[in-house]
Ligand binder design. Structure first.
Ligand SMILES: Nc1nc2c(c(=O)[nH]1)N[C@H]1C(S)=C(S)[C@@H](COP(=O)(O)O)O[C@H]1N2
Ligand SMILES: [Mo]
Length: 404
C-alpha cells in the first residue's frame, strides 16, 4: 500500500493503519507499500533494547521504525528508534568503566576521555534533533536505485544529552593549520580490504557549538544499537555524520579523502542535489544539510471518512537544518494551501507536530501536506532523483474515499 507518495493512488488505509491492524493480529510482517518488490518485510522483536521493528536486514542491522510510532508523540521512543550499521562487526557489550574516547592529531593536548570525564567534566547540554538516514524513503524512489529499500521510518526525533564537541576540541587545543575533524567508532569493516567507517566535518562545523557528543537519548543511556556509550549528533545534517560508538576523534591538517567522504554519500553538485535519472560523469559533493519534510501520521482507515463531516488529520514536520516556519494543507491537488496548526516548538532541529481539520467531499479526496522552513525552503512537488536515492522530500499526500 503506497500511502504517502505523491502520485500514487488510491489507498484508503496507510502503512500506519496497516501496521496497527497487523499488530493487532500479532502478524509477523508488514506491507510497506513500496513500488519495489518485495514490498513486505518481517517484523522482529529479536534485537536488544528494541521493541517490534521492521526488519530490513539482520546483520549488519537495518531496523526501521514502524510508522505508527510517529503518531504517538513528538519524540521517538528509544526502543523504537531506527537502527542502521554499515558493518556487522561491533561490540555487543561495552564496559562503561574502561571505555575511552581519544582525541588526537593536530591538537596541543591529546586526550583519552573516560565516560565520567565526558559526563561530569564538561558542561552538559540537551537538544531536540531529528536523526534521519540520507536514504530514508529510498524504497519509493523511481526509477528505483540500489541500497536499503527503506520506507519512511529511517528517521527519529529525540532529546539528545551530552557535551558540545567544541568543548572537547577546546580541551585538546586545536592547533593552527587544522581544517577537518575525523570520527571513528568501535565498529570494524567486515573484510580486511573493506573501508572502516569514518566520517569527517570541517573544523568550523565541528566547532559551531551545536554539534554534540551525546551519551543520552530521551533521558536514558543510548541503546547499544544507537551507539552506546557515545555518539556524534550533527543537528540538521543527515545521520551518516552521526557517528556511533564514537571512540576516536582525529583533527586533520587536510580535507579527509577516506572512502566514506570521497566516494560514498555524495550527491550531484546541483542546487538541490538532484539530477536527471541515468546521468553519468557529473560533479558531486558530500551530502550535508537536510531539507524540510512533513508526513501524515493518522491516515484514516477504510470506511472511516464521511463526506461533509469534519475530519481531523495530524502529522509531523521538520525543517531540515532550520526550524519549521509553516505547514500547509491542500485538498485540491496543490492549487490552494491553507495553514495547519503547529504543536509546541521543541527547537529548530526537532519534529514539530501539526494538525488540521478538513471536510471531505463525496468521492475521492487527495490531501497533501507541505512544510516550509524558516529559510523559506518548501518541499517540492517532485522529489529529486540521484543515484544514491538520497534527500527524498517531495510533498506527501493521502487519498481518501468519502461516502455520502
Ligand atoms: N560507527 C558507526 N556510526 C554510524 C554508522 C555506522 O555504520 N557505524 N552509520 C551511520 C548512518 S549511515 C546512519 S543513518 C546512522 C543511523 O543511526 P541510528 O542507528 O542510531 O539510527 O548512524 C550513522 N553512524
Ligand atoms: Mo544512513
Amino acid at each position: 500500500m503506497p500511502p504517502y507518495e505523491l502520485g500514487r493512488r488510491p489507498l484508503l488505509a496507510g502503512a500506519a493503519a496497516a501496521l496497527a491492524a497487523s499488530r493487532a493480529r500479532g502478524a509477523h510482517s508488514v506491507d510497506l507499500g513500496l513500488p519495489v518488490r518485495p514490498a513486505t518485510r518481517q517484523l522482529t522483536t529479536a534485537f536488544p533494547q528494541k521493541g517490534r521493528m521492521i526488519l530490513q536486514r539482520g546483520m549488519a542491522p537495518l531496523l526501521e521504525t514502524p510508522f505508527s510510532v510517529f503518531d504517538q508523540g513528538v519524540f521517538t521512543p528509544n526502543d523504537a528508534f531506527y537502527v542502521r550499521w554499515h558493518w556487522g562487526v561491533f561490540p555487543t557489550a561495552i564496559d562503561a568503566d574502561t571505555f575511552r574516547l581519544t582525541v588526537r592529531g593536530k591538537v596541543a593536548r591529546p586526550q583519552s576521555l573516560s565516560l565520567s570525564d565526558l559526563v561530569r567534566g564538561l558542561p552538559q547540554v540537551e537538544l531536540a534533533a531529528v536523526n534521519q538516514c540520507s536514504g530514508n524513503s529510498r524504497g519509493f524512489v523511481q526509477p528505483a536505485v540500489p541500497g536499503a529499500q527503506w520506507s519512511n521510518g529511517a528517521m527519529g526525533n529525540a532529546l539528545w544529552r551530552g557535551v558540545r564537541l567544541k568543548d572537547v576540541l577546546d580541551r585538546a587545543g586545536v592547533q593552527p593549520g587544522a581544517v577537518a575533524v575525523r570520527f571513528t567508532g568501535l565498529d570494524e569493516a567486515a573484510l580486511p580490504d573493506s573501508p572502516r567507517f569514518h566520517k569527517s566535518l570541517s573544523l568550523d562545523h565541528a566547532r559551531d557549538g551545536d554539534v554534540m557528543i551525546a551519551t543520552g537519548l530521551n533521558g536514558a543511556d543510548l541503546p547499544l544499537l544507537n551507539g552506546f556509550p557515545a555518539r556524534l549528533v550533527v543537528p540538521g545534517w543527515y545521520a551518516t555524520y552521526w557517528l556511533k560508538m564514537l571512540s576516536d576523534i582525529e583533527v586533520l591538517g587536510a580535507a579527509d579523502d577516506n572512502y566514506w567522504m570521497a566516494t560514498a554519500y555524495r550527491i550531484p553538485d546541483t542546487p538541490d542535489g538532484g539530477i536527471a535519472p541515468g546521468s553519468k560523469g557529473f560533479p558531486t559533493r558530500p551530502i550535508g544539510a537536510m531539507v524540510p519534510r512533513s508526513f501524515f501520521t493518522n491516515p484514516p482507515g477504510p470506511g472511516a471518512v464521511a463526506a461533509g463531516a469534519p475530519l481531523a488529520l495530524r502529522g509531523i514536520a521538520f525543517g531540515g537544518d532550520r526550524g519549521v516556519a509553516q505547514v500547509d494543507i491542500s485538498t485540491d491537488d496543490g492549487a490552494q494551501w491553507r495553514p495547519a496548526s503547529l504543536g509546541p516548538d521543541q527547537g529548530r532541529f526537532g519534529f514539530r507536530r501539526w494538525s488540521a481539520t478538513i471536510t471531505p467531499v463525496r468521492g475521492r479526496n487527495v490531501v497533501a501536506v507541505r512544510c516550509t522552513n524558516s529559510a523559506g525552503l518548501a518541499q517540492p512537488v517532485h522529489s529529486v532523483w540521484n543515484p544514491g536515492g538520497y534527500m527524498r522530500n517531495g510533498i506527501e499526500q493521502i487519498t481518501l474515499e468519502a461516502a455520502a
